[in-house]
Design a binder for this molecule. Structure first.
Ligand code: AP5
Ligand code: MG
Length: 229
């Protein structure tokens, strides 16, 4: 699994796994900045498609607003298409994909010759997730999560801050159920791999980032030493 790319020996591919509100997007954003890897968030891609009114967006809107998952075939095609773009050639951070065993199997095929796949599972207790999502605000224009010091407008683009349409308490409960049923089995799918790490996500973001960085450095070191990953 994960042979090094001849033309891209330092390539590293990261999957952020975890329930809604675990901090996948927050940590993926940081990794993307510090490691110069494209952040590929399937939730963001779908929300942009809904906003733009594309055929994918029109088909996905209702399902997303109910807290359910979009079909595997659509998601696999979206991700395959995105990974084929040149900026993902030497690595990427996936946020929100895979979410089912079918998606994980497809991803293994996509990255078979693309460097190690580092899987970081962010663990956060359910009551904390519910609290985080109840208070989250996002930018209506660029989709960024609001920082604590942004009052009514986005600190990046000036857009109005709003509640995410699927962050209502009933939909959050549904998203958590869907996570347990369809996505949590991926922990078992990946956990025997040497590139899998469980991260305690219930700590201040900087401490979580330190563990994320350490897990990535360990995987890079091992790959550099020729350990089969
Ligand atoms: P998606 O957008 O991926 O939503 P999600 O998985 O439910 O996760 P969230 O974005 O809510 O949380 P997060 O883990 O990114 O946490 P964040 O960093 O924002 O998917 C949305 C929908 O799209 C799905 O329901 C589905 O319909 C569809 N979809 C997407 N991908 C799909 C796929 N592969 N297959 C099928 N359907 C798919 O943090 C949350 C909040 O907590 C923020 O306010 C943040 O500031 C705060 N926070 C973050 N870290 C910390 C910390 N350490 N301490 C305190 N607060 C923190
Ligand atoms: Mg997110």
């Amino acid at each position: 699994m994960g042979a090094l790319k001849a033309d891209c020996p330092g390539a590293i591919n990261v999957v952020m796994l975890g329930p809604p509100g675990a901090g996948k997007g927050t940590q993926a954003e940081r990794l993307s900045r510090t490691r110069k890897l494209p952040k590929i968030s399937t939730g963001d891609i779908l929300r942009e498609a809904v906003q733009a009114g594309t055929s994918v967006g029109r088909a996905a809107k209702e399902t997303m607003e109910a807290g359910n998952l979009i079909g595997d075939d659509i998601m696999i095609a979206i991700v395959q298409d995105r990974l084929d773009r040149p900026d993902a050639h030497c690595g990427f951070v996936l946020d929100g994909f895979p979410r089912t065993v079918v998606q994980a199997t497809a991803l293994d095929r996509m990255v078979a010759d693309s460097g190690p796949l580092v899987v970081l599972d962010m663990a956060v207790p359910e009551d904390v997730l519910v609290r985080r999502l109840a208070t989250r605000r996002i930018c209506s224009k660029c989709g960024a999560n609001a920082a604590p010091d942004w009052k009514t407008t986005c600190g990046k683009c000036g857009g109005a801050l709003v509640t995410r349409v699927d962050d209502g308490i009933e939909i959050v409960r549904e998203r958590l159920k869907v996570y347990l049923r369809q996505t949590k089995p991926l922990v078992e799918y990946y956990s025997a791999r040497p590139t899998f790490s469980s991260i305690d996500g219930n700590r201040p973001p900087d401490l979580v980032t330190a563990d994320v960085d350490a897990a990535l450095d360990a995987a890079k070191d091992a790959a550099g030493r020729g350990v089969a990953l």
